[in-house]
Design a protein around this ligand. Structure first.
Ligand SMILES: [Zn+2]
Length: 84
């Protein structure tokens, strides 16, 4: 799984889109993070999340939660390095 910071406002959060529908203004929340799955069965599957939704995902007690947070910390560090 890789996470990159998204800067394209035309890429919307998948979870908000599911929740509110793509025609609703809340369903058009720009994604903050792009997550690409790298497991065998889901290779290349891309998910986009805004910050509140990615926070929400991190609070789940499922095993992938910790990995997501680690990846997110990593992405945040990389983004800061990019900004230097
Ligand atoms: Zn969202």
């Amino acid at each position: 799984m890789t996470i990159t910071a998204n800067k394209d406002n035309l890429i919307w959060c998948d979870m908000c889109k599911l929740r509110f529908g793509a025609k609703h203004p809340k369903g058009q929340t720009p994604a903050r993070w792009i997550v690409v799955s790298e497991t065998m069965e889901r290779k290349g599957v891309t998910r986009s999340y805004c910050q509140p939704c990615s926070n929400e995902i991190q609070t789940l007690s499922d095993g992938s939660t910790w990995t997501f947070r680690q990846q997110l910390d990593y992405a945040l560090r990389m983004e800061q390095l990019d900004g230097i």
